[in-house]
Design a protein around this ligand. Structure first.
Ligand code: NZQ
Ligand code: ZN
Length: 391
């Protein structure tokens, strides 16, 4: 195991009606004037936004509001939010929604206390300070409620890039699984795919002897395999939703990624798909992961065989471990399709003729030195082959 430091100071309030604690928690973490940030309207329709406002009013906390965050959140609204925070002397951003709303809130919070352009952070500038951020989560997926990361798309060139820093870690997360019961089945499934991807990105490691994190990841993957179909069949199943919601947080707050090298190439390759076609991130990952895994499998057949046996219930073929490894990848793919995820470029709305552009974006524009560094180092040619395998 490698040396590591682990910092995860977010306070979680989990369970039914937890959103009624929003005002108390904002106060506890120093918020005196709040920007409530939300998406395209699901929180208005469900009445959640009103309940959050009432909770703030109960604590006499004034607020402004800014809705309109789109999935794959854009920089334009971030600039608007930064201006609003400055004009209204806001010191706390409360995200009410999914990963896109949380990521946009983090960007606004960091940008509001920075003299330059917030996009600098998404080009590698370290984030030193930020307004406080709190979250009321409505979809189990991105794990942004417990992560220090934020992913924003700049409209010019549709550049989808991530930034990260401890200053952006949410002060608190309100996780009421019942809030996810209004999700369309497709979005629920996208969330499940993303959570599974966050687990695979950490499972694919070049660090030996990482039994404790291997086992944690396997437990979370098994939970997703058990609870995913239950929640798709019965969207009102509170307990299945609860298990998925907490798994989503644990999959991405890095408690199961410490002390080991990680991959993230599936995410890099997917980000170009959701940037160019505006598809859901989880749906993009469902198509991307099997293609990437088949391509890199030979690098460490036994790692893929291990997950195949321990998670996907495959029989170990000791003579031909690559057969077991491949079967595990196929079971992952079948599972994702069974919960309603797309299986290829066409179903994702992606176009074969864009492949050179996608590979160029992944490696040369958003990658480093024309390469993607992960479990296996990939170049543009590798990415072209991977995208072609998704067609
Ligand atoms: O905008 P509204 O109307 O709220 O609708 C949303 C949106 O259309 C809807 N939705 C959310 N909760 C709902 C609901 N509809 C009905 N009932 C509810 N309870 O679902 C749609 C998707 O929402 P979004 O916030 O985009 O989903 P998700 O949480 O999957 O976030 C995706 C974004 O997170 C980024 C992705 O790249 C993508 O941009 N990621 C962020 C990460 C991080 N910060 O650590 C890591 C991830 O790997 C990921 O890259
Ligand atoms: Zn993800």
């Amino acid at each position: 195991m490698q040396n590591f430091s682990f910092y995860s100071p977010t306070y979680f309030s989990f369970g039914k009606d937890a959103e009624n604690n929003a005002g108390t928690l904002v106060k506890r973490f120093g918020g005196t004037k709040v920007l409530i940030h939300y998406g395209g309207g699901s929180v208005v329709c469900s009445g959640l936004l009103d309940r959050v406002k009432q909770s703030l009013e109960k604590e006499n906390i004034p607020y402004a509001e800014l809705g309109g965050v789109k999935p794959n959140p854009r920089s334009g609204l971030v600039y608007e939010g930064i201006e609003l925070c400055r004009k209204e002397h806001i010191n706390f951003v409360l995200a009410v929604g999914g990963g896109s709303t949380i990521d946009s809130s983090k960007a606004i919070a960091a940008g509001a206390v920075y003299d330059g352009d917030f996009w600098d952070f998404y080009c590698g500038k370290p984030i030193e300070k930020s307004l406080g951020v709190g979250t009321v989560l409505t979809i189990a997926a991105a794990g942004s409620e417990g992560s220090s990361g934020s992913v924003i798309t700049k409209e010019e060139g549709m550049l989808k890039r991530g930034a990260g820093g401890d200053a952006m870690l949410p002060k608190f997360g309100i996780l009421n699984p019942a809030l996810t019961q209004t999700l369309p089945a497709y979005q629920t499934a996208c969330g499940i795919a993303d959570i599974i991807a966050h687990l695979y990105e950490r499972y694919l490691t070049n660090t030996p002897e990482v039994e404790v994190t291997d086992r944690l990841i396997e437990a979370l993957m098994l939970t997703m395999i058990h609870e995913g179909p239950r929640v798709i069949a019965d969207p009102d199943n509170y307990d299945a939703r609860a298990n998925i919601m907490w798994a989503g947080m644990m999959a991405h707050n890095n408690s199961c990624g410490v002390g080991r090298s990680q991959d993230w190439n599936s995410h890099q390759i997917e980000h170009e798909l959701s940037a160019l076609y505006d598809c859901a991130h989880g749906a993009g990952l469902a198509v991307t992961m099997p293609a990437v895994f088949r391509y890199v499998m030979k690098h460490d057949v036994m790692r893929f065989a291990q997950v195949a046996v321990r998670v996907w219930g495959c029989q170990m073929d000791f003579t031909h471990p690559e057969v077991t490894a491949k079967e595990g990848i196929e079971r992952l793919r079948s599972f994702l399709i069974s919960i309603g995820m797309p299986k290829n470029f066409a179903e994702l709305g992606a176009k074969e003729e864009d492949i050179p552009k996608l590979a160029d974006m992944a490696c040369n524009v958003n990658g480093e030195d024309g390469k993607l560094y992960g479990f296996v180092t990939l170049n543009e040619e590798d990415c072209i082959k991977i995208y072609q395998a998704m067609v």
